[in-house]
Design a protein around this ligand. Sequence first.
Ligand SMILES: Nc1ncnc2c1ncn2[C@@H]1O[C@H](COP(=O)(O)OP(=O)(O)OP(=O)(O)O)[C@@H](O)[C@H]1O
Ligand SMILES: [Mg+2]
Length: 360
Amino acid sequence: MNFSFFKKSNRCLGIDISAKNIKVVQLTQESKRLKLETYGYLKVKDFIQETEVENRKINYSDKTIAMLLKKVLKECKATTRRAIISTPASSTFSVLIKMPKMSDEEAERAIPIEAKKYIPVPIEEVILSWEILKKDSGSFSLKENSDSHLLEIILVAVSKELIQKYAKIAEIAKVELVALESESFSLSRALVGKEKEPMVIVDIGISSSNIIVVEGGFVVMSRTIEMSGNELTKVIADGLNLNFKRAEVLKKDIGIKADDAEKQISELMLPLINSIIEEIQRVFELYYQRSNKKPKMIIMSGGSANLPGLMEYFIENFDIPVSLANPWLNVIYPEILNPALKELSPFFSSSVGSATRGTV
Ligand SMILES: Nc1ncnc2c1ncn2[C@@H]1O[C@H](COP(=O)(O)OP(=O)(O)OP(=O)(O)O)[C@@H](O)[C@H]1O
Ligand SMILES: [Mg+2]
């Protein structure tokens, strides 16, 4: 009787490790629907000296991260250790290339050679993968009326060093690493899915923001910028001569929705918000040049999407709909969790996306 084995194999953790947070979601498939079994969240600075995590990159040891990961898994009573971990979008290089039509066997040989032209680091230092956007099926093409004798290929390269780091963390934390994937893929799965129309995900975290264009289930463009939650807090702290903690509280309480009495705070943050908007517009332009298409919607993700007034400000500044990420849309969970999950939606998008991949 190995009934439990089947159950185990479609149960998976999605793990998102950033420089400051570890987020975990456990999903399972039940009657062809995704079910949330548990979730957990840990702020690294509550456990580690702040100086150790000052840098943008994860610079504390694999052992420390593994210890914290174990802690969060224990606290949220996760019942599986099968996991997909998302890697920062900034550490994954992806590019869309065109090559003459060829057989799958030819492509296997030709693509790695062609890839050398596009990957900015030595090819030996990365693990390469690719996806051919099948044109001949007529189901999907990035550019309307484009040449039918060309294949469009999405190339993805991840540094071997980064893969080894995450494999080590998983090993120490006794987590069975089913796969590693770029968080842009996790976010795209959780928030857009197979939608044919192009959509843009704007993920504003603590130390970086990602602008991701998704079309037909593929990440076709992705850009990472440094402007994000920390910079917003810093500009308040510097401008009003406050400590970081106090500035963080004011940011979350007041945001950019301020009335006259609190205008000072929103005025400090607005130039940064405007620079994020300009970056998004630049991505729109690049995407238009490449595809002659305009994204149909912006989906706001990451903790900073909760900044009071931010959604309204984006709605004013773009002529397409803007919505807040809801990774729980296709997930069933006990109703009692509704208010908590709603507030945590933008935080958990990446973890939900990774866990989803491991449940099928
Ligand atoms: N209500 C709120 N208003 C404004 N900012 C908020 C709010 N809640 C959380 N944040 C900000 O969200 C950020 C955390 O977001 P998130 O958890 O998505 O980051 P992360 O994934 O850990 O980091 P990164 O993606 O940059 O590696 C912090 O900068 C925090 O100040
Ligand atoms: Mg993040």
